[in-house]
Design a protein around this ligand. Structure first.
Ligand code: S3P
Length: 459
């Protein structure tokens, strides 16, 4: 039976902008999350499929593409650069590529919206296309995020890039050049940095290598190979080499469900009593499954079923069952640090929620990167969860969360960050009274159907 008024979304004004408030009232009767659901396509793979499809010769078909705001930004940019991309209104999208080296000079500024992946990966492509001039920008959040991490290595390859603060902040201007190959030792484990340099290497004669301190997600390596590029990987040194110039050929890509979106339901199922939830068709690439490792360390009951490989990526159905009892908390504290961090970097906001319901004190360390995501996720998660009664202390590189304090509903704010909005919504499921999340429209960046799915699960 449907529980009325548990979840509602309403238009609101926030600092003179039209926004949405998501209100979650805990039902008086027990709420258990049960059934089988699907999550939207993987965001990282969706961006790469659109970009490589645009750079390839011939037609690329993408099935399961994420129809969120971020891939829409990528599609709009690459349409302006000459690729034909069908409307993003069905999750089967066709791309007629323009061919590597053939990008058109756009007539206007390329707008990456909220998407760091769009802007950083695209920079490698633009900087290596000679005789064209490009300008790129993004929304307020993206314009405050560091670009020097990709601008510096691209300049080492000979790229000409200008921007605010010496080229470290967008808007940026780029004059495309024939670049030189480099061996770049990245100081951070970042798939955006690695992919930017690899994409620049496609047009660059010779071998371009990136070495990172720990392995970040490897979707670019897998997909570039499938499109015909020569890519070698040395897992012992976390190095990847691209040999250019490359030629890419259109492919058929199938995008698995996003484990970063599945993570919200995994934590919901782990903390809401009596839940038994299966999330079907989720990408379980080992460079992304840190969230499963962390939740299992915390004692969550999660199993992988129906494991298979789809278009070069491992996929499984994930089943989560509530493992607490009247006398035992559903989860226990753990330490999340080191090489695990790049494997769950986007899931730390929701893991903070899990930690708030775990017995003991969870430490999150080596995660300073969180400070330069769509928001400062350390400061924002700590302040918003503390407003709900949690005990979270900020550290420079992470957080310390002492679980077991009852959470209560109140007014919180997404700070325009999609993952913060969804993490707070899951926290609200286990908080007393009513929680209102301001600026909840941010969820559309990576999960446009988040609220309908939440409503169905709570019915
Ligand atoms: C992404 C890489 C990660 C991740 C982001 C998506 C990608 O960023 O946080 O959401 O698709 O390459 P970093 O490379 O900055 O760690």
């Amino acid at each position: 039976m449907r529980v009325p008024n548990v979840i509602s979304l309403k238009a609101s004004e926030y600092q003179h902008n039209l926004t949405q408030d998501l209100t979650i009232a805990r039902p008086s009767t027990g709420l258990a999350l049960k059934g089988r659901i699907r999550v939207p396509g993987d965001k990282s793979i969706s961006h790469r499929a659109l970009m490589l499809g645009a750079l390839a010769e011939g037609e690329t078909t993408i099935e399961g593409l994420l129809l969120g705001e971020d891939p829409r930004s990528t599609a709009a940019c690459f349409r302006s650069l000459g690729a034909e991309i069908s409307e993003l209104n069905s999750d089967r999208v066709h791309v007629r590529g323009i061919g590597l080296g053939q990008l058109l000079e756009p007539l206007n500024v390329l707008d990456a919206g909220n998407s760091g992946t769009t802007l950083r990966l695209m920079l490698g492509i633009l900087a290596s296309h000679p005789e064209r001039f490009f300008t790129v920008t993004g929304d307020g959040s993206l314009r405050s995020r560091p670009m020097s991490r990709v601008v510096n290595p691209l300049r080492q390859m000979g790229a000409e890039i200008w921007g605010r603060k010496g080229g470290s902040l967008a808007p940026l201007a780029i004059r495309g050049q024939a670049l030189q190959p480099i061996h770049y030792q990245s100081p951070i484990a970042s798939a955006q940095v690695k992919s930017c340099i690899m994409l620049a290497g496609l047009m660059t004669e010779g071998q371009t290598t990136v070495t990172e301190p720990a392995l970040s997600r490897d979707h670019s390596e897998r997909m570039l190979r499938a499109f015909g590029a020569e890519v070698t990987v040395d897992p012992d040194t976390c190095s990847v080499t691209v040999t250019g110039p490359a030629r890419l050929e259109g492919q058929s890509v199938i995008v698995p469900g996003d484990i970063s979106s599945a993570a919200f339901w995994l934590v919901a199922g782990a903390i809401v009593p009596e839940s038994d939830l299966t999330i079907e068709n989720v990408g379980v690439n080992p460079t992304r499954t840190g969230v499963l490792d962390a939740l299992k360390l915390m004692g969550a009951d999660i199993t992988q079923e129906n494991c298979r490989e789809v278009a070069g990526e491992p996929v499984a159905d994930l089943r989560v069952r509530y493992a607490g009892s009247k006398t035992r908390a559903p989860l226990r504290a753990c330490t999340i640090a080191g090489a695990l961090i790049p494997r769950l970097i986007d899931e730390i906001p929701i893991l903070t929620v899990a930690a708030a319901f775990a017995e003991g004190t969870t430490q999150i360390q080596d995660a300073e990167e969180l400070r330069v995501k769509e928001s400062d996720r350390i400061a924002v998660m700590a302040s918003q969860l503390n407003q709900m009664g949690a005990q979270v202390s900020e550290r420079l590189d992470g957080m310390e969360i002492t679980g077991g304090h009852s959470l209560h509903g109140t007014e919180v704010d997404s700070h325009t960050d999609h993952r913060i909005a969804m993490s707070l919504a899951i926290a609200a499921l286990n908080a007393s009274d009513t929680t209102t999340i301001h600026r909840a429209e941010a969820v559309a960046v990576s999960y446009p159907d988040f609220v309908p799915t939440l409503t169905t699960l709570c019915s």
